[in-house]
Design a protein around this ligand. Sequence first.
Ligand code: LUZ
Ligand code: MOS
Length: 762
Amino acid sequence: MKNIDSSTHVKGQSLYLDDIPLVAGTLFGAAFISPVAHGHIEQLYLAEAMQQPGVVRIFTHKDITGENQIGGIIPDEPLLAEHEVDFCGMPIAFVVATSDHAARAAVRKIKAAIEPLPVITDPRVAHAQGELIVPPRTFKLGAPELAWEHCEYVVEGSADTNGQEHLYIETQCAYAIPQENGELKIYSSTQSPTASQRTAARVLGVPMHQVEVDVIRLGGGFGGKEDQANAWVALCALAAYHLGKPVKYVLDRLEDMQMTGKRHPYSSDFKIGLDKDLNILAYEVDFYQNAGAAADLSPAIMERTLFHTTSTYFIPNVRATAYSCRTHLPPNTAFRGFGGPQAKFVMESAIAKVAEELGIDACVIQKKNLNKTGDEFPFGQKAVSEAHACWHKAESLYNVETLRQEVQRFNASNTLLKKGLSFMPICFGISFTNTSMNQARALVHVYYDGSVKVSTGAVEMGQGVNTKMLQVAAQVFSINPAKVRMQTTSTNRIANTSPSAASATADLNGKAVQLACLAIVERLKQVAAQELQAPETAIELKNEQVLLHGEETALDWKKLVTAAFLKRVSLSEHAHYATPEVHFDKKTEKGHPFAYHVYGTAITVATVDCVRGTYSVDAVKVVHDFGASMNPTIDRGQIEGGIVQGIGWMTLEELLYDQAGRLRSNTLSTYKIPDIYSVPQEIAIDALDTDTDNLAILRSKAVGEPPFMYGIGTYFALRNAIKAFNPASPLAFDAPLTPEKVLLGLYPPTGTGATNLHETSL
Ligand code: LUZ
Ligand code: MOS
């Protein structure tokens, strides 16, 4: 089935927040933000801005009637700065004017006298100064301290990954419209309608029932709107509530890039030990997470890093410690993978480093140590593993031996172009690591003409979740999908939602839709049994027909629905689903946090131009653990997008804050994202279809985040190509591997050690 949005997307008819027809009298907001990363606000000059044409009012923290607080996990983030600014881009005042242009013009007339304070941008510096968001956490398995002496090979090192700008096509935005009795209806581009509702209510000092948040769809989220859509909702709510007028704020791209947090940069130290047969016996790692100026979701992201410490491998002795370090960057936030990719990069760096020192191919160590069903993760859960199945299928399906020989032959006959090959196995835990968040609800109405409307807590952000929800309803009712329509995601219809995040949205909301539809089917069967004077067990609803003992009857779907209505039987259902089996104990750091894991293996071949440092990705060939995909077209799109986004993070996207904490890569001319030339020339995706029972919706496993991590394979393919040119290259494990870094890796500046270039190279 096609994505239900594809036709309106292509025609430009899909509605996003900025397409909603304006209510007469709508005002426009714009934020005045801190120009410095850390400082004390001495004086704020608003008078000149107030004189500007069209300006209606300027809000500061003094105008907040409720709590000046938007922190979710920890209350450490004011909506509007009071006396101190903690990052460059922190909102200080909110100008409301009769036009977008007038609001922004007035913002430029605001001045602030800010006494600068010292700025920290490096997580290791923050850690050294004791600047931690939450106390560190340690996951442990076995006895690593005792294991080292049994190791034949021990290698230590460090690995760094940079952040990543979300670059959703639709920037952050909100539109608040006053209703009667002090209520507000707020349109938002949020992954978490309930968090946005709660934040608005908190800032206004009103109960949540006074605020409705309604979401049509998002032009991309990727985690950037899991927590960080709330500020704009709260600002518009504040202004709309106090002015009694609709207020809208759509950030422009520069504002969005400057004001919002991104993927967390991490600096990490590792130590890995192997026995003589290349079994990994011990692994110790310290993760320094660059959290930025406030907690946001950092503690949860740090936790997911720990859950992915050993990636797709089984290691019997592990100690992993994570530090969430407070710096003066915008608060970093959720981004596809949520701390998992950072952990996987460190694990792969450790394996690559050992392999390079032993002069063997990393894939020998990788393959040898893949986890198996029954193996214990450092957090106590036992693996139900498809790691070997994915790896072996990829090896044979894609003729890895031939690929390897082609790469060797190419490298032997070319001096200025080199190819590299890598394997990237993935294993990603599905469920919110915060157990209580693993719940969802759905509301299903069958209208008496037989058409169906479905509401869930799922937010459509381009990932196709609404198509999947519609498929679930159509399948349970056994009716044509054209009979089903999805509703927008509104807190009035579905309450207390978890964010659409953690790859779990289709599972959680889909199961709720399934339960709601099953309850209605149950009632409809009772009606059919009465109408046909037959036992209920003999009735079946199939292809819009009512079957009795498998034979067609005079009743069809529509007639049955009408009959049920006339008998005053309810044709609506609100259902609740909570993932069974998941639990976790933070005191012991043990439990069973994930409903299941998603596995896969990517084989990547890349070519480096050893004169220019430029490169291309020849192919990414994947065997992916779909379970039983309910929509292969959508899932394939998620995988292709994930791979390219992962390649961007690993190669091109160089987020740059200067030492004063100012974002220098704040436009698309300085922040490079993958374009048509940087996508792999070939992407092959093959399904590992499994018939194992799992907690996925209709056994169709979660597909949002896992494929992002295939992109890590590109880093190691490029690294192998660089090593093929200059085996002594001292290239650090430091992503992104931009062309500049590739060039420095090929020709290390003198003084860094290796100068052992191939003689013919220049
Ligand atoms: N959000 C969250 C997430 O609150 N908890 C999670 O475990 C998670 N995982 C991935 C992405 N978003
Ligand atoms: Mo996300 S990182 O699942 O919003």
